[in-house]
Design a protein around this ligand. Structure first.
Ligand SMILES: [Zn+2]
Length: 563
């Protein structure tokens, strides 16, 4: 018997769906929600990782949520079938059930119809159960044998309401998500009472909806991020208790000024009872791994990546020193990320020494991020970010800070000086594109990328002076910038610049729309293919530690602790 094919349907005019993936989104997400309580993206906030992709994920998730909710136009009290979108092709299960319905209505047996179509009864049974897809030619033959028509068989709607519910239950139970639960399936046969069927289908839908809400983590992540930024703004990006902890640690380890060298970091670790070990086989999804049992912090080889391993080591120790527990949810994860970053920065650029330097500079009206960078042998970004910790609290300076990609997309940003970052409806700014005329973007066009570039920019919220440098990393080219309102520029080195710019953003005519003349010339003739980032294709990385492969981590620790 060759007329049926278990895997592939002949694509008719309307096409046939893959029976195993009636709704790909609901499948994977469900499983995720089971195992993890819905946590967010890799990369953190503020001083954390890379979250530029988040914006684009929310619409996809919203679509998924809608799909999982099914027919939201259902005005009736009873359940309506999930798959009722007009114009869509029916799936093999619906076709099979329709086939059976027509056969029974015609009073024919499996054997009779199978014989008429020259196939075995068992093959017909498989088709009726949606377990095998029939080619169009076979469906046509079967329709003839039943005195029906092909178009009748291919009707999207289930033959009856009862059949629609049976199909929906069957599909739900076949999903990978359901099978991962290890709950026995119910056979949606004639003996199952309609009441029970309604209830089961309702439960499956409710679970799918909860799963979709959990999967909406990108949205939650963005909100959590926005809330955290508000909090940081309120406290001028200053965390007094962490400063105290850091200062105490430095005193305890007899630090006496200057850059925090590797030796000092080793001493700090030893003081806390930890050993730092560099290794080349860290799991790819991690930056560091801490063995709490043997008190070892595993770090990448210092030259392996862009990260300063001093900073990584201090961040790892930060979790211990600050008494972090396994995060309950994504916003706690973000908070911890911010805290360990702050902790590391407050050790790499100790408050007391940095403050002395900055106060002298302010008195001389000569504040420069580069000086802080050079005095503590840190990156410009670390120095710039640290400057925002101390500027408002101790120097009475409102500031803003930004790290953006060369295409203008915000990776990190902070402000308490009223500058208007581009923002979406959830209040999130990561992933948004800043104005083409801002210092942070203009700097990319400078012929000399080796030194800081300063510029005054008129914006809708006032005039700002900013200084920016270009940062080349293995992950791409970024700019790091720090700015102050015009009124405070008198304290900053580089204020004599004659560079001026004007930004009318968020007015789309400023820079987000192409010039009318150019757009007109290319009207209808430009078709770019967008570069798709892998993180857009993936669901939000799941897990208590988002995106971390726990098996990799545990096998790593096994390998190292038994060696
Ligand atoms: Zn603009």
């Amino acid at each position: 018997m060759t007329e049926t094919s278990p895997s592939k349907a002949e694509k008719g005019p309307s096409g046939l769906r893959d029976p195993h993936h009636p709704n790909g989104h609901a499948g994977t997400g469900f499983q995720t929600a089971q195992r993890f309580s819905g946590r967010g993206s890799q990369g953190a906030v503020g001083a954390g990782g890379q979250r530029g992709a988040l914006k684009n994920q929310s619409s996809r998730v919203a679509a998924g949520a809608k799909a999982a909710k099914g027919d939201s136009n259902d005005g009736h009290s009873h359940l309506s079938p999930l798959d009722t979108d007009a114009g869509a092709a029916p799936d093999p299960l619906t076709i099979g059930r329709r086939l059976r319905h027509i056969r029974r209505a015609a009073g024919l047996t499996l054997d009779q119809v199978a014989a008429a179509a020259s196939i075995s009864a068992s093959a017909l049974s498989l088709i009726e159960n949606g377990k095998r897809e029939a080619k169009l030619s076979l469906l046509s033959t079967l329709a003839d044998a039943l005195g029906s028509s092909l178009s009748d068989l291919l009707t999207v709607a289930a033959p009856s309401r009862r059949a629609a519910l049976e199909i929906e239950l069957e599909k739900a139970q076949r999903s990978a998500a359901f099978q991962a639960l290890d709950i026995p399936a119910v056979r949606p046969g004639p003996r199952l009472q309609t009441e029970a069927l309604e209830s089961l289908v309702g439960l499956h839908r409710a679970i799918a909806r909860i799963q979709a809400e959990r999967a909406a983590t990108p949205e939650q992540a963005r909100r959590a991020n926005a809330e955290l930024r508000d909090r940081m703004r309120r406290q001028g990006n200053y965390f007094g208790d962490i400063e105290t902890v850091a200062a105490d640690l430095l005193t305890a380890t007899k630090y006496d000024g200057g850059p925090i060298t590797r030796t000092v970091v080793d001493r700090l670790a030893a003081h806390l009872g930890f050993r730092l070990a560099h290794t080349t086989d860290l799991p790819e999804s991690t930056r560091t791994v801490t063995d709490l049992a043997h008190r070892i912090v595993y770090l990448p080889q210092p030259d392996a990546g862009q990260h300063d391993s001093r900073s990584l080591a201090l961040q790892a120790l930060g979790h211990v020193v600050l008494g972090h527990k396994v995060p309950e949810d994504y916003s706690e994860f973000l908070e911890q990320r911010v805290e360990i970053n702050y902790f590391a920065a407050s050790l790499l650029i100790p408050e007391r020494g940095a403050l002395a330097l900055l106060k002298r500079a302010k008195a001389a009206k000569d504040i420069a991020i580069e000086d802080l960078r050079d005095a503590y042998a840190v990156s410009y970004e670390t120095a710039a970010h640290r400057f925002t910790n101390l500027a408002t609290r101790h120097l009475d300076l409102p500031v803003h800070f930004m790290r953006i990609s060369s295409s203008g997309v915000i990776y990190k940003a902070y402000e308490n000086d009223g500058v208007h970052f581009p923002m979406d409806a959830t209040g999130a700014i990561e992933g948004q594109r800043v104005c083409r005329y801002w210092t942070a973007r203009v700097v990319f066009d400078r012929p000399d990328l080796s030194s800081a570039y300063q510029q005054y920019t008129d914006t809708k919220s006032g005039t700002y002076w900013c200084t920016a440098v270009v940062d080349r990393t293995p992950a791409g080219v970024f700019s790091v910038s720090v700015g102050v309102p015009y009124a405070d520029v008198k304290w900053m080195r580089g204020r004599e610049t004659s560079e001026r710019s004007k930004s009318r953003c968020p007015d789309p005519a400023c820079c987000s729309q192409p010039p009318a003349e150019l757009a007109g010339r290319w009207e209808g003739s430009a078709w770019p293919s967008a570069r798709v980032h892998s993180h857009l294709l993936a669901a939000m990385p799941p897990g208590v530690f988002p995106g971390v492969d726990q098996t990799d981590v545990l096998t790593f620790l096994e390998r190292h602790s038994t060696g």
